[in-house]
Design a protein around this ligand. Structure first.
Ligand code: CA
Length: 239
């Protein structure tokens, strides 16, 4: 258990953990705004997509802009060319990653919603990355199985899983087969607004995410990190 071990408990105005560096910092609204103000490099097009999506009743399914920027950086760091996205929604994450890929980079993008991905397609086209994105409108388990059946195992560099939580393990197992050694999978919502740590919460999505997190903790096929970015972002690198 990591607890604050520094800082004074008695000094006036100094609370335990004031200089806490043994755990991740909590973001107040002001600090979050500051973080964005000194690091976000979002294009005007990306901002428009984010604002259009904010009007959607399901807008909380959109990743945060700093997470999109982080994933684009990850894709560049590993030299990604072939990517998979499970759960497109209105396309913010795929747009961010596509912009970071080289000209011959490709994303197989899996979703079941014609309506939401129509928004994504509009922005991919406007950004000039539509030719990099192969949208597959079908249940993602079927699309991933068809890639494996076509002999594409071991050929992908980067994957992002952000879809129905009860299928996460099924997506993960297939994606792991599709990744090359050294390939990276990022998995969204693994802290689930804190519900995973609340034993009172037992809905199917929360239970599935807990099970997923526990399985990955002991999965020695991957190097692992769970980051408190966005709603929890798990990174697993295939060994
Ligand atoms: Ca998500």
């Amino acid at each position: 258990m990591v607890l604050a071990g520094c800082g004074s408990r008695s000094g006036a105005g100094i609370t335990r953990g004031t200089h806490m560096s043994t755990r991740s910092i909590s973001l107040t609204d002001a600090l979050y705004d500051y973080l964005l103000s000194v690091s976000l490099r979002e294009s005007e097009l990306q901002r428009r997509l984010r604002e259009e999506t904010a009007a959607n009743p399901m807008s909380r399914m959109q990743i945060s802009p700093e997470q999109g920027q982080f994933m684009a950086l990850l894709a560049r760091l590993i030299g990604a060319r072939r990517c998979i996205e499970v759960g497109v929604f209105t396309g913010y994450s795929s747009l961010a990653v596509a912009l970071a890929l080289p000209a011959d980079g490709r994303i197989v993008a899996c979703d079941v919603s014609e309506e939401w991905t129509a928004v994504a397609r509009r922005y991919w086209a406007e950004a000039g990355v539509a030719q990099k994105i192969d949208l597959r409108l079908a249940p993602a388990l079927e699309t991933l199985d068809s890639l494996l059946a076509a002999g594409d195992g071991g050929s992908f560099d980067f994957a992002f899983i952000d879809a129905d939580k009860t299928n996460y393990l099924g997506y993960y197992e297939r994606v792991l087969k599709l990744l090359r050694p050294g390939g990276l999978v990022a998995v969204d919502n693994t802290l689930w607004t804190g519900r995973v740590a609340d034993p009172e919460v037992a809905d199917p999505d929360t239970v599935a995410l807990r099970h997923f997190n526990e399985r990955l903790h002991h999965d020695d096929r991957v190097d692992l990190s769970l980051l408190p970015v966005g709603d929890g972002l798990t990174l697993a690198r295939k060994k």
